[in-house]
Design a binder for this molecule. Structure first.
Ligand code: PXG
Length: 287
């Protein structure tokens, strides 16, 4: 028996977990989602993920059919039914079944899906050796067009960037914003270290406000390391001592080459390694 998938209150066998072709999530990418991890049965940063999910939904005038408390129960129950301890949880809310036409008011009501599975974004060895990324021509979508703060089902902007990166022989893309400033990667936030200070682009650079980003900023500050949210250009990246990415799937991964230029000594830096250790310790204890 495969893993069970929750759809609108019912747990279905994997191969029976289906939605309508008239769901606006499929037809228009009209919906929102979250990617969450569980470590040893503990769901990491659940409240922060749910807050972002409800905010994403609110931003697109989408009603989530359950209260945050009931949604938490449904997530917990799906995870337990599948007997998963270390897992990746995908919560998806779609606009629901509607007519052919954009009008969300013609949809019968939103649908809630919970998938629990595993995820590996990058090969293990890259966490030791470091990742190579490349700046792509696809800019991050302008916040006035569609706010990157919304974790929507429409990921084409990021997918186009990912395709460019892969075509350039890299696993991840660096995306700039419409002003040419550093925004983020396709599924991760970016950080650099320069002279012992950590820098990361501010929300106003047009990024997803990553949960891992927030956790890592907190860990660094607890360690007495200064963290600044400042606009960055590629100059700042090229001249950095260290660079790393953060995300639920990637956790913390060192970056050692950007646009074929070596960053620092070309090996993961000491602050990156320290933060990775602290992050792992946190996931081993935090609910
Ligand atoms: N930026 C973007 C555009 C993202 O999609 C992050 C930053 C990091 O945010 P968190 O909150 O995860 O620290 C994300 C998150 C996947 C996958 O399937 C992608 C993400 C999360 C989980 C899975 O590739 N992206």
């Amino acid at each position: 028996m495969g893993l069970k998938v929750y759809i609108d209150g019912t747990l279905y066998e994997n191969d029976q977990a289906k939605v309508s072709v008239f769901d606006h999530g499929l037809l228009y990418g009209d919906g929102v989602f979250e990617g969450i991890r569980a470590y040893g049965g503990r769901i990491f940063q659940l409240d922060a993920h749910l807050e972002r999910l409800y905010d994403s939904a609110k931003a697109i005038a989408l009603k989530i059919p359950l209260s945050p408390e009931k949604l938490k129960e449904a997530i917990r129950n799906t995870l337990d039914t599948n007997g998963l301890k270390d897992a990746y949880i995908r919560v998806v809310v779609t606009r629901g079944v509607g007519t052919l036409g954009l009008d969300p008011n013609k949809c019968s009501g939103s649908s809630l899906i919970i998938i629990t599975d595993s995820i590996t974004l990058y090969p293990d060895e890259l966490y030791e050796k470091g990742l190579e990324i490349v700046t792509v021509a696809t800019i991050r979508i302008h916040p006035a067009a569609l706010s990157p703060r919304i974790k929507s089902l429409n990921y084409l902007n990021n997918i186009l960037a990912k395709i460019e990166a892969i075509n350039a022989g890299c696993l991840e893309a660096l995306m700039l914003n419409a002003n040419g400033l550093v925004a983020e990667c396709t599924g991760d936030n970016i950080f650099i270290v320069r002279k012992g200070v950590i820098f990361t682009p501010p929300e106003t650079a047009g990024i997803l406000k990553g949960i891992t980003r927030g956790v890592v900023m907190g860990l660094a500050r607890e360690e007495g390391i200064e963290v600044r949210e400042e606009n960055l250009t590629r100059y700042d990246l090229y001249t950095a001592d260290e660079c790393f990415l953060t995300g639920t799937a990637a956790e913390i991964i060192p970056v050692v080459r950007i646009d074929r230029r070596q960053i620092g000594p070309g090996t993961p830096g000491p602050i990156t390694s320290r933060l990775r250790k602290l992050f792992n310790e946190l996931t081993e204890k935090e609910e």
